[in-house]
Design a protein around this ligand. Structure first.
Ligand SMILES: NC(=O)c1ccc[n+]([C@@H]2O[C@H](COP(=O)([O-])OP(=O)(O)OC[C@H]3O[C@@H](n4cnc5c(N)ncnc54)[C@H](O)[C@@H]3O)[C@@H](O)[C@H]2O)c1
Length: 343
């Protein structure tokens, strides 16, 4: 008999607060357990969400028979270990972005999904930002003709966003992978898989961090489409993911932090370029929409779009960017992932 409701747990209660809210507000889910290493925070969230079970070690939840789905919202280093453990324990898993920080761990998640048959979704939340959703719809409707150039950026400042215990300040956490995966995944969603990248990086803003803080990469997609991605975690400006999609008949300018998107198109009766703006909600962290989608996948049998393969391809593209900047040569994305992502 198919299930009517899902019982959820959330691990990591800072970003995970949005996941907990999503489960509490969804009509077909109940939040039954939460976990965080920080006992004080756990106590606060326990009261906030009125949940009985709150533990500091996720392993205490592995054998629980009354948990169907788990959100893993801990620092990136724990994503593969915890996601794989929960899938092996028979739970479906929603994992925060980035899927992992390297390709080997991404491959291990792909293997675990195949072996356990569990549903798995990576939280590439930009695919739920209303401005980006509208941009994709316009492109698919042909409103800018044929896409030839796609660009995005992840311009943020991490000066005061080092993570609890400074986990973001770690050589394993390349900004292109940790945060830049948002822009890379957005471009992959709109323009398709990236075949090859060529990148440059520098380190002038967060000089006390162990890695480059700014990277720019040229991207080669399929079908002759080219692109550009910029990632900075030290720049001094409000957070933006300004993205521009150029087609043969028009151009879209959009963002996840702007209340409108702009379209310039010559697909009209005059045949001359005309400008229009379209209002959109600003929802740069639309986690509730993500949760609702995953619930539909589990209960309604919909395929998971941001599955482990999509997550791994985004990780591999980001890793290729980092390697290209380090080596000073172009890097082929397919050389990194091999046939691990083949259906
Ligand atoms: N989708 C987005 O836009 C978005 C935004 C921010 C963060 N994130 C992702 O969410 C994850 C968490 O980021 P954050 O901003 O909440 O970090 P954070 O440092 O603010 O909080 C991490 C929390 O996890 C807890 N924790 C650490 N290790 C743990 C473990 N092994 N078991 C249980 N709890 C543990 C910490 O005590 C802390 O409360 C990261 O993967 C990050 O990349 C995604």
């Amino acid at each position: 008999m198919s299930k009517e409701r899902l019982r959820a747990a959330v691990i990591g209660m800072r970003m995970g607060r949005g996941h907990a809210t999503g489960y509490v507000n969804h009509p077909r889910t109940d939040l039954v357990a939460i976990c965080d290493k920080d006992a004080g925070l756990l106590e606060e969230r326990k009261k906030e969400f009125n949940v009985d079970r709150a533990v500091t070690d996720y392993k205490e939840l592995l054998d629980a028979k009354d948990i169907d789905v788990v959100s893993v919202a801990t620092p990136d280093y724990f994503h593969s270990e915890q996601s794989i453990a929960f899938m092996k324990a028979g739970k479906d898993v929603m994992c925060e972005k980035p899927l992992t920080l390297d390709v080997e761990e991404a491959k291990a998640i792909i293997k675990a999904v195949r072996e356990t048959g569990r549903k798995f979704m990576v939280g590439q939340v930009c695919r739920y930002a209303p401005g980006f959703v509208l941009a994709k719809q316009m492109i698919e409707r042909g409103e800018i003709g044929e896409l030839f150039l796609a660009e995005s950026e992840y311009a943020h400042t991490y000066r005061h966003a080092r993570g609890v215990g400074d986990w973001r300040v770690d050589p394993r956490r390349e900004p292109v992978i940790g945060g830049g995966c948002h822009a890379v995944d957005l471009l992959r969603w709109i323009a398709g898989d990236v075949e090859e990248v060529s990148a440059y990086a520098n380190h002038k803003c967060l000089t006390d961090w162990p890695v480059n803080d700014c990277t720019i990469a040229a991207l080669k997609f399929g079908k002759g489409v080219i692109g550009k991605v910029m990632v900075s975690i030290g720049c001094v400006r409000p957070y933006t993911m300004r993205s521009v999609f150029y087609g043969t008949e028009g151009t879209i300018v959009c963002d996840n932090t702007s209340p409108q998107i702009q379209l310039c198109s010559q697909k009209n009766q005059s045949g001359r370029p005309e400008f229009a703006t379209f209002p959109v909600n600003i929802a740069s962290h639309n986690v509730s929409a993500e949760i609702a989608e995953f619930v539909d996948c589990i209960l309604g049998g919909k395929p998971v779009l941001t599955n482990e393969i999509e997550g791994a391809k985004t990780v591999a593209t980001c890793v290729a960017v980092v390697e290209s900047a380090q080596r000073g040569t172009p890097v082929k994305v397919t050389d990194l992932l091999g046939d691990a992502a083949a259906p």
